[in-house]
Design a protein around this ligand. Structure first.
Ligand code: CTP
Length: 401
């Protein structure tokens, strides 16, 4: 059975000669057991009729924002949520340009902008259009958004010329998707615990000690593990985020002590634990039940006590087969601090990010990390989106499972 069986695929078709190949692609998707919704641009309909496509996909083809005679609205937002992936084949230079720059003047581009799933783009055009710096720059932009470009082949083109621009063959596109989804199932059956966000340590009912952690890295890791088939428990400090994948169970906590007990409850059953939370090291020794008032007090002194070290506690409880991953956010002596933490907390891997690197650390959408393990291996990654950093980290975890 194909791994595409049961997958929801949006097949976007643009106006190019290669649109005839989309029919074969659609047939192959259906044969593999996928459910396909075709979205075609107005120009696409000049090359291939919606009747053929709806007969093969068993669904009305979507092209306009609404059906003219009934007024029925076609929600690109719902479609974007429904899809497990979106494949644009053929993708013309015009549509690639619109996608790159958010020019949402048709249903295909609005659907693309709403899609939360991975997007695969199979360009097809004449060789000079393909080579043009504008097309190349737009494709690079799409790659930078995390879209996958299925490179066109070199060969005979409809123009009569020969060169790079032939849309990849439908069988190859299907293989590409199958390889993508297979690699994404490498955490099937695994249980993962992830901590994320800051902790808030109560001073009084309206004040706390906290930090700038946004939780974005931990949530990206949770999504990555769940997308790859894992059952994830996300123990989250107070953040403005929500987990999307239904395989993620979120346990909301406030303080380090609450985070520790939530982690200890699930840790014995998990295969992997990733300590991504920025846990406050200290908490007020005597949190007040009533608001500390300004008038009646001298300047208060807040006595602090040490919080438990969650990673180190789990490091002591760890069984042979469990993988424990920590983070180290450092401002100086990055390498020695990270390796010292790896040993002290009995971690298997530590992910270092330095506050000195632009684009790394708290609150940003990007991160730049190095990964160290107990065998002394070190991998340095360039600056990437937190989503891509999550992919790199999970790849390293999977290779050690
Ligand atoms: N950590 C934890 N519990 C704590 C403190 C840290 O689980 N009370 C975890 C973090 O989630 C991270 C790793 O330990 O995975 C390192 O956190 P970091 O704050 O860099 O280290 P600390 O041990 O707090 O050391 P320091 O603040 O001195 O750098």
């Amino acid at each position: 059975m194909s791994i595409l069986s049961g997958k929801h695929i949006i097949l976007g078709i643009c106006g190019g000669i290669a649109a005839y190949k989309s029919v074969s692609l659609l047939r192959l998707f259906i044969k593999a057991g996928a459910e396909v919704q075709v979205v075609i641009t107005p120009a696409g309909k000049e090359f291939i009729t919606p009747v053929t496509l709806s007969a093969l996909s068993h669904k009305p083809v979507v092209s306009e924002f609404f059906t003219a005679n009934t007024g029925e609205w076609h929600s690109h937002v719902d479609l974007g949520l429904w899809a497990d992936c979106m494949v644009i084949a053929p993708a013309t230079a015009s549509t690639i340009g619109k996608m790159a720059h958010g020019i949402a003047d048709n249903m295909l581009v609005t659907t693309y902008l709403s899609a939360k799933s991975p997007v695969f783009v199979a360009p097809a055009m004449d060789l000079d259009m393909m080579k043009h710096p504008s097309t190349q720059a737009n494709l690079e932009l799409l790659s930078s958004y995390g879209n996958y470009i299925i490179e066109p082949e070199t060969g005979y083109l409809a123009s009569g010329l020969e060169g790079k621009g032939r849309m990849e063959e439908p069988e190859k596109i299907v293989e590409y998707l199958e390889a993508y989804f297979s690699s994404r199932c490498d955490m099937e059956g695994k249980k993962v615990l992830i901590t994320a966000g800051p902790t808030h340590e109560k001073i009084d009912p309206v004040r706390f000690i906290g930090n700038y952690s946004s939780g974005k890295m931990g949530y990206a890791l949770a999504e990555e593990c769940a997308n790859r088939g894992a059952e994830v428990t996300l123990v989250s400090g107070p953040v403005n985020l929500r987990a999307e994948n239904p395989a993620i169970r979120t346990v909301n906590v406030e303080s380090a002590r609450e985070m520790l007990s939530a982690c200890q409850e699930v840790f014995p059953d998990v295969d992997v634990a990733v300590m991504c939370a920025a846990v406050a090291d200290y908490a007020p020794a005597h949190p007040q039940d009533h608001k500390i008032k300004r008038e009646h007090q001298d300047v208060p002194t807040i006595e602090l006590i040490k919080n438990p070290d969650i990673a180190a506690t789990l490091g002591k409880e760890k069984k042979q087969y469990q993988i424990l991953v920590g983070f180290a956010l450092e401002t100086d002596n990055e390498f020695s601090n990270a390796t010292e933490k790896l040993q002290r907390k009995n971690l298997d891997m530590i992910v270092l990010n330095s506050m000195r690197d632009k684009g790394a650390g708290f609150g940003t959408d990007t991160n730049k990390v190095s990964i160290f393990d107990r065998s002394g291996n070190r991998i340095d990654f360039p600056l990437k989106s937190k989503k891509d950093v999550a992919t790199d980290i999970v790849n390293e975890i999977v290779s050690r499972l």
